[in-house]
Design a protein. Structure first.
Lengths: 341, 149, 266
């Protein structure tokens, strides 16, 4: 569909929030606490953070929760009984205040969950989500969306994209999808028609730092490079980068048993952990941290483009912000670009 | 509704408290039947994680018991255990776990009556406290997915 | 840190050590670990108030250890960690040389770990005022309020284990949480999994934690998990006397006194 541009007055945003609530939508929005901003179940409009550059965590767990039950089982005299999850129980959610680099990440995540097996649970969760993107009017030195094909006002992944026109200005709303249109129909009068809508000058400037196609080509011959070892010596092997990433999709399946019944749970996992690839035999094909750091970069910039035709990185810069030892993915990608193979 | 019957798990050492509990029985002393006894070689072997596991699995109260100081079959197992209990109990208290639900005691092989008294007192106090719903609530796998916030 | 750079160059050039672990300027006003293996790289060494990462976490890292004898630019918390690690047989005089940086930012080279220990023992481990206040506040709460406090604070935890990774004392090649037979700690980061993980972490660090706050600094969600270890430190002091890491290896939780006092065992 064609993108429809409307004006939303700054005071109308709260009204929109209330209307959505009245229509029994669950709203997840960013809130700040302890100096970090995270998506939370918003009970009211007051307190929703707008000043942050990026939330500490991505919004991915709305469709791919950090821990989710996928079935219950119990054993009795007759045998086993298994009960899957009821998709009707999944609430209709509005994801409020998503940055374009997170919104585009939903597509990348979806490509993994629909690569060969179509992940029913993920797809069902996602089908209930309406994404309210908010474009960026500022950025920091960790941002590099423009280097991986995005931009601060990118509409991809959002159902409606809001751009604030000036510091304390009104919003330009771009209605991108049918889902977005459905929401608009709940509050028609808040989305006003206007002829003079401009957005580019209000968007943050994010310089292009590298060419991702070039990096991809280079990585083909880069597997054995010593760079991996040098770059990863300070990496401590935690999972912070993967857990804040909007596109990291690795998970673990755990059975939580209590006697004769239990639940099967899907929970996040990370390729940065030393035990991630340990075989039952005890052999670990990625026995050193450099192999694990290499996997992270290769997966995002070589394997995913090859297999899924998308890059596994949206340039949100979260992993670098979250890293306790300053493993900066942008810095490393630039150095890969500069190295002659 | 029937009166709440607390589930108590007792972690006891083989040489003193277990023998003491046996004596309670052979002495025909009646005591509350709410307790499930788990026998360990020594109090030194009673890992604090086991106590948390008991709460996970639905215990309302816990008794930990072994030989009196200086009576350990292995000389010092109970001394080591005592240090750990001091720190573990304080950590539990600090995280808001109800330490009134974890009773520690020394019961020798000759103290059948003391064992009965401890179990009875524990059952009475846990009955007053009611089921440990706070812990049960978190131990039961949440019905919903876990997202932030 | 001109002295440090000069000394680092000498140590590398004369092959006294194979690698020196120090700090360098990172990205976006952060500092980070630098591993000096060539004399020229020593020029990148820096030291200032931003250098708070506990570098002792690297001396047990396989990839670093394998390089050969290490030297480390060690602030007071790092030196404390090293003594604790030495008492647990993780480092010794043959594989580690300590270049101490005193609280006054002076460089002292120690001939051996005994000297490091002597230096470290000059300073008592003190919980900072802000956290002391927080501990007091929590202790004044009721048990139910504390439960709520921790449930709220721990709920965002997604168990990335950055706290474990950044801690010099968490060097086990296989952590309790990595075991699944039995599964001591639930793997998913739901309320129970988070609670039990943080209790387990705190108790395993009791009597070993030197209060460097590396866990808190590493946490991408700024969860005040260091309060747990601080509480253990404060309580251990009250019950068993002030803790100092010691080469004697008389660890708090693996030793006892026949007259240890408590008031709760019936």
């Amino acid at each position: 569909m064609n993108i429809d541009k409307r004006l939303v007055r700054k005071d109308s945003l709260e009204k929109l929030f209330d209307i959505l609530k009245q229509n029994s939508k669950t709203i997840y929005a960013p809130f700040s606490k302890n100096g970090k901003t995270s998506f939370m179940d918003a009970k009211s409009f007051a307190g929703i953070s707008t000043g942050h550059i990026q939330t500490s965590e991505s919004s991915k767990d709305i469709a791919f929760p950090r821990a989710e039950k996928i079935l219950d089982y119990s054993k009795n005299k007759e045998g086993m009984s298994v009960k899957g999850i009821d998709f009707a129980d999944i609430p209709e959610v509005v994801l409020w205040g998503v940055r374009p680099c997170d919104a585009i990440g939903i597509g990348e995540l979806s490509s993994i969950f629909n690569w060969d097996y179509k992940d029913e649970i993920y797809n069902n969760r996602l089908s209930k989500v309406t994404v309210f993107g908010f474009s960026c009017n500022k950025s920091d030195e960790y941002c590099f969306c423009t280097s991986v094909g995005g931009n601060p006002g990118n509409t991809a992944g959002s159902d409606i994209l809001f751009t604030r026109m000036g510091e304390d200005g009104d919003y330009l709303a771009e209605i991108i999808t049918e889902k977005g249109l459905t929401v608009v129909s709940l509050a028609q009068n808040l989305f006003e028609k206007s002829e003079t809508l401009e957005r580019e000058k209000f968007l943050a400037e994010v310089p292009v730092r590298f060419n991702h196609e070039e990096i991809r080509k280079k990585l083909d011959k880069f597997f054995e490079s010593k760079e991996w070892i040098e770059e990863s010596l300070r990496c401590l092997g935690c999972g912070a980068c993967a857990y804040v990433c909007p596109t990291c999709a690795c998970f673990d399946i755990q059975d939580e048993a209590h006697g004769k019944k239990g639940s099967r749970v899907r929970c996040w996992d990370s390729c940065g952990f030393s035990h991630f690839t340990v075989h039952t035999s005890g052999h670990n094909p990625r026995g050193v941290q450099s192999a694990r750091w290499r996997q992270r970069i290769m997966h995002k910039f070589s394997y995913m483009p090859e297999r899924l035709s998308v890059y596994g990185c949206t340039g949100c810069g979260r992993c670098s912000r979250a890293c306790p030892v300053d493993m900066n993915i942008l810095e490393h990608l630039i150095s890969i670009q500069e190295v002659t193979v | 509704m029937a009166e709440f019957e607390p589930k108590i798990v007792a972690f006891v050492c083989n040489w003193c408290t277990y023998a003491g509990a046996d004596l309670t029985g052979t002495s025909r002393i009646k005591y509350a039947s709410n307790v499930r006894i788990i026998r360990f070689p020594c109090t030194g072997r009673i890992d604090y994680m086991l106590l948390l596991k008991a709460f996970d699995e639905g215990a309302d109260g816990i008794i930990v018991s072994g030989c009196h100081p200086n009576d350990c079959h292995y000389t010092s197992g109970n001394f080591h255990a005592r240090r750990r209990w001091i720190m573990f109990r304080s950590l539990c208290d600090f995280t808001g776990i109800n330490t009134e639900r974890i009773k520690f005691s020394w019961v020798s092989a000759a103290e059948g009556a003391k064992w009965a008294a401890i179990v009875n007192a524990t059952v009475t106090s846990i009955r007053e406290l009611g089921p440990y719903t706070e812990y049960k609530k978190v131990a039961k796998y949440p019905e919903k997915e876990v997202t932030h916030g | 840190m001109v002295d440090l750079i000069k000394r680092a160059k000498e140590l590398i050039e004369t092959s006294v050590v194979k690698v020196l672990i120090g700090y360098e300027q990172g990205t976006a006003n952060k500092t980070r670990a630098l591993f000096v293996e060539k004399a020229d790289d020593a020029d990148r060494l820096i030291f200032d108030s931003r250098c708070v990462q506990n570098l002792a976490a690297y001396v047990t890292k396989k990839e670093v250890k394998e390089k050969g004898k290490m030297a480390i630019a060690a602030t007071l918390p790092v030196m404390r960690s090293i003594i604790q690690l030495a008492s647990e047989f993780q480092v010794n005089d043959n594989n580690l040389l300590v270049l101490g940086i005193t609280p006054e930012s002076k460089l002292i080279e120690f001939a051996n770990l005994v000297e490091v220990e002597t230096f470290v023992h000059k300073y008592e481990i003190e919980i900072d005022a802000r956290n002391k206040e927080m501990l007091d506040k929590l202790e004044k709460m009721t048990q139910a309020e504390r439960w709520k406090f921790w449930m709220d604070e721990l709920s965002p935890c997604f168990k990335c284990y950055a706290c474990r990774a950044a801690c010099p004392m968490c060097y086990c090649s296989r952590c309790t949480v990595d075991f699944n037979q039995p599964q001591w700690i639930p793997v998913p980061s739901h309320e129970l999994g988070n609670l039990e993980w943080h209790i387990m972490r705190a108790i395993h660090l009791t009597g070993r934690c030197i209060d460097c706050d590396a866990c808190y600094n590493a946490c991408p969600l700024s969860i005040p998990i260091n309060l747990l270890t601080k509480k253990m430190l404060a309580d251990a002091k009250e019950h068993f006397g002030a803790y100092q890491p010691s080469l004697k290896g008389d660890h708090l939780m693996s030793t006892y006194k026949p007259d240890d006092k408590e008031n709760f065992i019936q």
